[in-house]
Design a protein around this ligand. Structure first.
Ligand code: NAP
Length: 293
């Protein structure tokens, strides 16, 4: 039987720790971390994510500044809002929910967020710091999803050094920072992608396999080594019938479950960790500003 990496439980543990940390900040400095959440338009999935992030932030005591803008918002107006949030002393983290409407250049907007308030950890300076820092990660703004994956791995209590880790996917938000984090843990890291030749045999050698592809149940037991640890980042909505749908990962859970030593489920694995790590980044930003770190 494999161990199920319960993201809800680990995320709750992190949120409980953050809550205490925020209470301490409040009692010493008479302020709490602030998170500005910016959504443009009404993409249904974005509204679900924004609602979940806002609720979780409030639960741990973070102040939320909600900015829900019209679909037709002009790029300059959005950039002006970001500039105001950059200079607002009550705001420690700025989250711009993606995707933005097609009329807006996402990169231009994200690059306007000052690195100190980059709650998602996507700013080039934070990406660079993650890449060159060999120290511990206590005051770094690290992309939330890969850091959440690392926290799930740490939960296993095993020594990650020397493990053969394979990351499937090379996106800026998941695959690349995931590979950096595993390298910092002294894993031997291979990143594979859509142009990789003989991907299956590379994955089959992995002690740790991180799947971040975006293809429903793509990875089956023929891709995984006996006893491997699997982190499934994928979130894919598939139809069950005309009326109903469900969320599945990139891994065919039922097929690999009995072959691996540990696996994160979808839903309930990486998803809750991503939200908790956003709250962590916001708290880190506040602590950095107050010189607590
Ligand atoms: P993305 O930007 O679309 O990147 C997908 C990556 O997978 C690309 O690097 C692509 O390779 C690679 N890929 C695609 N097809 C492949 C194949 N057949 N074989 C090998 N590699 C292949 O996606 P993403 O933003 O990284 O997200 C990946 C998945 O994670 C999605 O399901 C997304 O919904 C989910 N996600 C979940 C969370 C969470 O909180 N749980 C957060 C973020 C994302 P190329 O570079 O060669 O195109």
């Amino acid at each position: 039987m494999s161990q199920i990496l319960d993201g809800k439980k680990v995320a709750q543990k992190l949120k409980d720790e953050l809550k205490i940390e925020i209470e301490n900040i409040k009692s010493k400095f008479n302020r709490v971390p602030g998170l500005a959440v910016v959504q443009v338009g009404n993409v249904a999935a974005s509204s679900v994510y924004v609602k979940a992030k806002t609720k979780a932030a409030k639960e741990v005591g973070i102040n939320v500044f909600d900015h829900h803008l019209e679909e037709t918002t002009d790029q300059n107006d959005l950039i002006n809002l970001i500039s105001q949030l950059n200079s607002n002393g009550d705001v420690d983290g700025i989250l711009v929910q993606l995707p933005l409407p097609k009329t807006i250049n996402e990169e231009a907007v994200l690059n306007c967020i000052i690195p100190e308030k980059d709650a998602d950890g996507f700013h080039p300076l934070n990406v660079g710091k993650l890449s060159i820092s060999n120290k511990n990660d206590e005051n770094l703004m690290i992309p939330c999803t890969p850091y959440g994956c690392l926290m799930l791995l740490r939960e296993l209590g095993i020594d990650l050094a020397g493990k053969n880790a394979v990351v499937i996917g090379r996106s800026n938000i998941v695959g690349k920072p995931m590979a950096q984090l595993l390298l910092k843990e002294s894993c031997t890291v291979t990143t594979v992608h859509s142009k990789t030749v003989d991907i299956e045999s590379i994955c089959k050698k992995a002690d740790i396999l991180i799947a971040a592809i975006g293809k429903p149940e793509f990875i089956n037991k023929d891709w995984v080594k006996e006893g491997a640890i699997i982190i499934d980042v994928g979130i894919n909505r598939v139809k069950i019938n005309e009326e109903k749908s469900k969320l599945v990962g990139d891994v065919l859970f039922s097929d690999v479950e009995n072959k691996v030593s540990a696996i994160s489920p979808v839903p309930g694995g990486v998803g809750p960790m991503t939200i908790a790590c956003l709250l962590r980044n916001t708290t880190i930003s506040c602590k950095n500003k107050l010189s607590i770190n």
